[in-house]
Ligand binder design. Structure first.
Ligand code: PEP
Length: 253
């Protein structure tokens, strides 16, 4: 089964509304030219509505970087799935390592968010990955498999592989310039696909997209994207400039 590659920009806490407008205007024609690649932009809440408005009827998938799993209520500072759908948002990053490490999101919370995104009709991009210490201690797979299993446990039986995206993002490679080798990235992502096959069967495993994230840049993207199980990239730093992100889209197509 051919999986459609995805190249996703995670702007993190960057860009004003004006900057988001300029970027989106430049990205729309480039996304239209991208043969067979899903192009997603994960914007801060403050400009996500504007990105979604501009992206309507375009090939750009508008997304945000976080949300909460309740629909409404006393959750000060949070944003819900119905609020995002109301803006035209289609996708959401769940469990980014910065949310887990800086804001204390647990595996339990990440799993609930992933399941809620799917049941609301938002496409979750669920991030998993190990720290340098965990990798050096030989515990990479224990950490990553635990994170994946917790998410899958929470999903309804009816959820298909096309309803969710995973991103393997080794924490030591995020924003450090230190990319995993294409072989290490393939090894981890191949194992994740194997685990999903055990947990949810062949059809799910073959249709689910698994991205790599961690210091992807135009110079290393093609080699990473060429790996058998890698279906695209989640990109922070190198996505902030639309020209450099457009080069990464080309590498995925
Ligand atoms: C990310 O934010 O998910 C990420 C991979 O960042 P960077 O590309 O800057 O390492």
């Amino acid at each position: 089964m051919a999986r459609r590659p995805m190249m996703a920009a995670n702007w993190k806490m960057n860009k004003t509304v004006r900057e988001a407008q300029d970027y989106t205007a430049a990205l729309i024609p480039r996304a239209a030219d991208a043969e067979g690649v899903d192009v997603a932009v994960f914007a801060p809440f403050t400009c996500a509505g504007e990105v979604a408005r501009m992206a309507e009827d375009s090939a750009v998938i508008p997304g945000v970087q976080n949300f909460f799993y309740e629909d409404s209520g006393a959750f000060t500072g949070e944003v819900s799935a119905p609020m995002l759908l109301d803006l035209g948002i289609q996708a959401v990053i769940v469990g980014h390592s910065e949310r887990r490490e800086i804001f204390g999101e647990s595996d339990e919370m990440v799993a609930r968010k992933a399941a809620k995104a799917v049941s609301s009709g938002l496409l979750p991009v669920v991030c998993v990955g190990e720290t340098k210490e965990e990798r050096d201690a030989g515990n990479m797979w224990e950490k990553v498999s635990g994170q994946v299993c917790r998410v899958v446990e929470e999903l309804d039986d009816s959820v298909g592989g096309e309803d969710i995206v995973f991103a393997y993002e080794p924490i030591w490679a995020i924003g450090t310039g230190d990319t995993a080798t294409p072989e290490d990235a393939q090894d981890a992502i191949g194992k994740i696909r194997g685990l999903l096959r055990e947990l949810r069967g062949e059809e799910f495993a073959e249709s689910v997209r698994i991205l790599y994230g961690g210091s992807i840049k135009p110079e290393n993207a093609a080699e990473i994207m060429a790996q058998e199980d890698i279906d695209g990239g989640l990109v922070g730093g190198a996505s902030l400039d639309v020209g450099s992100f457009a080069e990464l889209i080309k590498a995925a197509s």
